[in-house]
Design a protein around this ligand. Structure first.
Ligand code: PMP
Length: 435
């Protein structure tokens, strides 16, 4: 039952919160799919840099140069963490939503986009400029691949983009990314991977998975809010108008005799990073990438999987609880499966419904009585939740029909800093609340 490695130290792991019996307990942060606690190592790195704070790409002073150097080195660290190809660009953004909107803004005219309805809204909604095909929610990784294949087969020529998730923010299930990319490329489509939920839990290998772009958020990867990444192929990025127009993106600006403006834009990362860059955010993201790589992602994955087994085994013993799943147990496409057990093919994100409870009331009780923070609701994935809550799923595994009238699900999620005790407390709490 005990995990293979110790949790990484995070900020907030010593915060005490009051609970209903009048005592205080350490806060159990089990809503890490929304935002993860910051690694103490990231905090230290950020604090060490702040005295040397200076403008990036804009000054000749020593601290400006130091900041510029740090910012550019942060890109290189992120590129290495993601396994990028030598000619990929790492663009710093505000987060996954921003990254995917950036990509949506630069796709060539006439691009057709293919996206599963089960995606997070950040991946489902940015493609309004494009003709978009929304694909059915698949019930197995193989079905995901065949649904995509059928949608791409025999379509007209022209630019195409497939947007896929690495791991569902609702079920935590890992998607068959490599297979989806293979099918997409066979049909001349590019692929962007939404790794917001995958990257904090699992190695992401852009070159190995053969995806064209990847997006993730720093605040889910144990860095503070405010920075994220879009990394990948430069051709569409360099050919498009800048995502934001302003200083930094423009190489030369001149007033034309007729009163208009003649603007030449940079190519490369500067093109889409107008405005003063978020050097602290980039540094924090890079620090988190370094910390995870040094701790050993494989070890962290093994530890998380052991905790996930405890969690899923615990939930399976509570008859009132139904875990929401899309896929048959133990399947995925990025090498996470194959070890058997309930946790195979999943990251530490689990949603469930409880007979006789609305999800929000249940989440409130976990907080008030046990000091446990989880999330309830529809998790910015309305089509998927409607699907999961609205019909029974009787293919076995962990997913039964939710209780009649369930409006909201509960989501519990953890990460590299979660102590075993938090997961054990959660299981005990669910057992006693649900009974
Ligand atoms: N994609 C997925 C799968 C997510 O879980 C989230 C955040 N919940 C996002 C995209 C959006 O990330 P952000 O809010 O950091 O932009």
């Amino acid at each position: 039952r005990t995990a293979a490695a110790t949790p990484l130290p995070v900020l907030g792991d010593d915060v005490l919160v009051p609970v209903a019996d009048g005592t205080e307990v350490t806060y159990a942060a089990l809503d890490q799919a929304a935002s993860a606690p910051v690694l103490r190592r990231v905090w230290d790195d950020v604090a060490a840099y702040l005295p040397y704070y200076g403008s990036v790409h804009r000054g000749s002073g020593h601290l400006s140069q130091l900041s510029t150097d740090l910012y550019e080195r942060s890109r290189a660290t992120v590129a290495a963490f993601l396994g990028c190809r030598a000619d990929d660009q790492v663009v710093f953004t505000r987060g996954t939503t921003d990254s995917l909107n950036l990509l949506a803004a630069v796709v060539p005219d006439g691009t057709r986009v293919f996206v599963f309805e089960s995606e997070h809204h950040a991946a489902l909604l940015p493609w309004r400029r494009c003709e978009t095909t929304v694909l059915d929610t698949p019930r197995s990784p193989q079905q995901a691949v065949s649904v995509l294949e059928a949608a791409l087969h025999g379509g007209p020529d022209g630019p195409k983009l497939v947007c896929v998730t690495g791991a569902s923010n609702v079920t935590g299930e890992i998607w068959p990314v490599r297979e989806l990319a293979r099918v997409a490329h066979r049909h001349g489509a590019r692929v962007v991977l939404d790794a917001a939920q995958l990257a904090p839990h699992h190695p992401v290998d852009v070159a190995g998975l053969d995806v064209d772009w990847v997006a993730f958020s720093g605040h889910k990867l144990y860095a503070p809010f405010g920075a994220g990444v879009l990394a990948g192929r430069s051709d569409w990025l360099d050919a498009a108008e800048p995502y934001l127009a302003g200083g930094g993106a423009s190489r030369r600006v001149a007033r034309e005799p007729d009163g208009g403006l003649d603007v030449a834009w940079h190519t490369g990362t500067a093109r889409h990073e107008a405005g003063s860059p978020n050097v602290v955010g980039a540094h924090a993201v890079a620090s988190a990438c370094r910390a995870l790589a040094e701790a050993g992602l494989e070890l962290l994955v093994r530890r998380e999987r052991a905790l996930l087994e405890v969690l899923l085994d615990g939930l399976a013993q509570v008859p009132e609880v139904r875990v929401l799943s899309l896929f048959d147990r133990g399947e995925d496409g990025v090498g996470g499966g194959g070890e058997g057990g309930r946790a195979a093919g999943r990251v530490g994100v689990v949603s469930f419904v409880v007979d006789g409870w609305d999800g929000t009331e249940f989440a409130d009780a976990l907080s008030a009585e046990y000091g446990i923070g989880v999330r309830s609701g529809l998790f910015c994935a309305h089509p998927l939740l409607r699907n999961l809550l609205g019909r029974g799923h009787d293919e076995g595994g962990d997913c039964g029909a939710p209780s009649a009238g369930a409006l909201n699900a509960v989501r519990v999620s953890f990460g590299a800093g979660t102590p075993d005790e938090h997961v054990e407390r959660f299981v005990r709490a669910v057992r006693s609340l649900a009974a």
